[in-house]
Design a binder for this molecule. Structure first.
Ligand code: SF4
Ligand code: SF4
Length: 68
């Protein structure tokens, strides 16, 4: 699974909506990564504060994509 640094995460929820297998869950106090995370890395560049670490690098993605 990818890891979210709780000291950096601002609980904005942006990452939750972009996760293909719906493996992120926002609670009032933390962002949880669920066991069905595939480590695809898709969520990483969406985090505005860089709180998500790990996942596979995605070829050709060198900057944060525009929101859908
Ligand atoms: S790495 Fe992929 S599967 Fe895991 S939380 Fe991020 S978007 Fe979801
Ligand atoms: S996008 Fe980043 S700051 Fe926002 S909830 Fe996800 S991990 Fe936290």
């Amino acid at each position: 699974m990818v890891e979210v640094d709780p000291a950096v995460c601002v609980l904005c929820g942006l990452c939750v909506g972009v996760c293909p297998p719906d493996a992120m869950r926002l609670t009032p106090t933390q962002l949880e990564v669920l066991p069905n995370c595939t480590e695809c890395g898709w969520c990483v560049p969406y985090c505005p504060v860089g709180a998500i670490h790990g996942g596979r690098p995605i070829r050709g993605r060198t900057r944060r994509p525009e929101p859908a």
